[in-house]
Write a protein that binds this ligand. Structure first.
Ligand code: FES
Length: 678
């Protein structure tokens, strides 16, 4: 048994015996303890801070004497007087082992910090970025031993940081020599650690010790919006987030119209590529200015997008994606340089695009899989990313299936008579009294319900302007629960429903949700064409999910995760009444927010996650809904509200849906035609 002092690290619990005089940083490195250092133990960076414990530690079987570490030294004193050091902390590179000791590594001194995610079922993100900051002292040139400055710089990085086969781009050679001399042969370099396709590379160089950080950007490139998160690559924190509309919208609202634009117009695809790249640069400028950083400090970027956006962003004509068999140019992950995509960030910045799953299931779905990890789930989870196209994943540890389903833009408020995007003034929550059939609602930007005190005053600023996606879902589900709507999707007449809010509107009926005409406001109605549009969208979503359940050989799922910005606002109960999602306990239906964006952030902050998702995607089984005969069958059944054949036992135990049928047409005597309500 060793007579050398015992060093125990917490929270890792790693322990080992070390000769007296061993720096704590050295002991940590030898044991593989996660203790940070940028300056390589020179007492400059303070990243190696530790908190030694004193007294008895029965749990570890150690008693720590006051002199278990070397005395406070002048390097620590200098650092403390200049920059400050929390009481009780020491610099791990300066304090040496003198006796048995217990050392706590505080979270900020850990290299692989955890970025804690708020949701209980979501795993935390471990920070392990592709780019590392290394401080080195470089040997000065010597006439007797001629060698280039770069070679000596590379040798110093290899010797101190163990990073081998390092390359440098021309722009580093362009700036390196004066920086080495300005720093008196001490420099800090940002090194990209390399990946499957690329060797490690010097990204940037600063004279002396660089006390700053480097950044990365994680972008969710959607057909409608582009959202970016600027992240500190060292701490893992999001520094700024921003979003813009995708400038490609002018070429077509949905993806297929953009594919056709490319087919119909010579140079159309190139035009769209240029538009999205210009948009991307505008977003980068915006997010960098919000984060108050120099864009040149952005050294890594991760993009997730659907297959059509993926191709257009890369400058590949998406023609093949518009027709069966929907062949992607490549489904592999892409590792590029920012220059390749004309991005205005650091010239050597690396770009990573997650792999696509299939011709209709893109890198955004792969990012959702990375964030929600269905492949690691013990129970069977259905993950639905609701957008213009719904991307659906179903799986557990055993296997994961994926498909996409064309839901169209109805869920985003498009094709809906009073529909609008989610903005102040839009109705987002609806309740309808099943007895009086009277509605109450809430609008975005106002906390009170429409029948509560203070609502009118609070709503005056924005007005009541329309109804957004989550509002239309609640309105239709509430209409179904209140007996205003039958399972086939027909709205009853005033006589059939007993409320004059049901008005004749052409050959069908509409339900008046809000009449603001008295004050020159809008008449907000839910019309039968609105119901049809939502029926089509929800049937597409449900049948995709049901098809995956067929393929999995199950009749139910354990839990449902709603991803996407819209998914965050859907009420699980209303989604189920509508038959959008399979029957499941309501507390097992959760929202994941922008899971694709989170997946992009994970891939940005953790280099190992990139290989992990590439492996997962290879194992995901893709189902092409277009060629599955049962999809059509499910679609027809799912057009009913909630469903023509599925029993929905859990839903039925919570709500009783009225057995109504308005097929026979209504008696209009008690009703009224669509008109201004006075
Ligand atoms: S390692 Fe940099 S101060 Fe200790």
């Amino acid at each position: 048994m060793s007579t050398d002092p015992l060093v125990v690290f917490t929270p890792s619990g790693k322990r080992g015996h070390f000769p007296t005089g061993t720096p704590i940083l050295t002991a940590a490195r030898q044991l593989g303890v996660d203790l940070d250092s940028v300056c390589g133990g020179r007492g400059i960076c303070s990243k190696c801070q530790i908190t030694p414990g004193l007294g008895d530690f029965a749990k570890h079987g150690v008693s720590v004497a006051p002199d278990a570490l070397s005395e406070w030294n002048s390097v620590e004193e200098r650092y403390k007087s200049k920059r400050g050091l929390i009481e009780g902390r020491r610099l791990g590179c300066q304090a040496t082992v003198q006796g048995d000791v217990v050392i706590d590594v505080p979270p900020e001194s850990q290299v692989h910090k955890q970025v804690v995610r708020k949701r209980a079922e979501a795993r935390d993100i471990t920070v392990n970025p592709s780019t590392k900051l290394c401080y080195v002292e470089v040997q000065e040139p010597d006439m007797h031993e001629p060698s280039g400055d770069l070679e000596r710089l590379v040798r110093a990085i290899e010797a101190e940081w163990g990073i081998t086969n390092i390359h440098a781009d021309l722009h580093i050679l362009n700036v390196m020599q004066p920086i080495l001399r300005k720093g008196e042969w001490k420099v800090t370099v940002a090194v990209h650690l390399g990946d499957e396709e690329n060797p490690p590379r010097i990204m940037h160089i600063w004279p002396g010790y660089y006390d700053g950080t480097v950044y990365g950007i994680a972008v969710d490139l959607g057909s409608t919006t582009i959202a970016g998160h600027l992240c500190d690559l060292i701490s893992g924190e999001v520094v700024a987030s921003s979003g813009i509309m995708n400038p490609q919208i002018r070429f077509g609202e949905d993806l297929m119209s953009r594919v056709s634009y490319g087919m119909m117009n010579t140079g159309g695809a190139q035009e769209m590529t240029q538009a999205v790249r210009e948009g991307m640069n505008a977003l980068i400028t915006q997010v960098a200015s919000e984060g108050q950083i120099d864009k040149q400090l952005i050294v890594d970027a991760v993009f997730v997008c659907n297959p059509v956006m993926h191709h257009l962003f890369l400058g590949i004509d998406p023609f093949e994606l518009g027709q069966a068999p929907f062949a992607l140019a490549t489904s592999n992950a892409m590792r590029l340089r920012a220059d390749d995509l004309h991005l205005g960030i650091h010239p050597s910045a690396r770009v990573y695009l997650l792999p696509c799953i299939a011709g209709h299931v893109g890198a955004d779905a792969a990012a959702v899989a990375l964030s929600e990890a269905p492949d690691k789930s013990e129970d069977l989870v259905l993950v639905v990313d609701v957008g213009t196209n719904a991307e659906i994943l179903l799986g557990n540890r055993e296997k994961v299936l994926a498909c996409s389903s064309p839901t169209g833009p109805a869920f985003e408020g498009a094709q809906i008579t009073a529909g609008q995007r989610a903005a102040p003034g839009a109705i987002e929550r609806v309740e309808i009294d099943p007895t009086t059939k009277e509605p109450r609602f809430r609008i975005i930007g106002v906390d009170a319900w429409s029948d509560e005190d203070g609502f009118t005053e609070a709503a005056a600023a924005s007005g009541i302007t329309g109804i957004c996606g989550s509002g239309i879902i609640e309105a239709i589900a509430e209409m179904r629960m209140a007996g205003l709507l039958d399972p086939s999707g027909l709205i009853g007449s005033a006589a059939q429903t007993g409320t004059d809010r049901c008005i004749l509107d052409g050959r069908t009926h509409s339900y008046v949700l809000h009449d603001g005409t008295e004050h020159d406001g809008p008449l907000i109605t839910i019309t039968n064409p609105d119901i049809r549009a939502i029926q089509m969208a929800k049937a597409a979503l449900y049948s995709g999910a049901r098809l995956l359940m067929d393929k999995f050989g199950v009749e139910s799922v354990d839990r449902v995760v709603l991803a996407g910005a819209f998914g965050a606002h859907i009420s699980p109960k209303h989604a189920m009444v509508l038959g959008m999602i399979p029957d499941a306990p309501l507390d097992k239906v959760t929202s994941a927010g922008n899971a694709a964006g989170t997946g992009a952030r994970i891939a940005l902050l953790n280099r190992d996650a990139r290989g992990e998702i590439e492996e997962t995607v290879r194992r995901i089984h893709k189902i092409e809904t277009a060629i599955e005969p049962r999809f059509q069958e499910h679609f027809v059944n799912a057009s009913a509200i909630p469903n023509a054949v599925e029993p929905f036992p859990i839903l039925n135990s919570i709500v009783t849906l009225p057995q109504v049928s308005f097929n026979t047409g209504g008696d209009e005597k008690g009703g009224r035609r669509r008109r201004r309500r006075g």
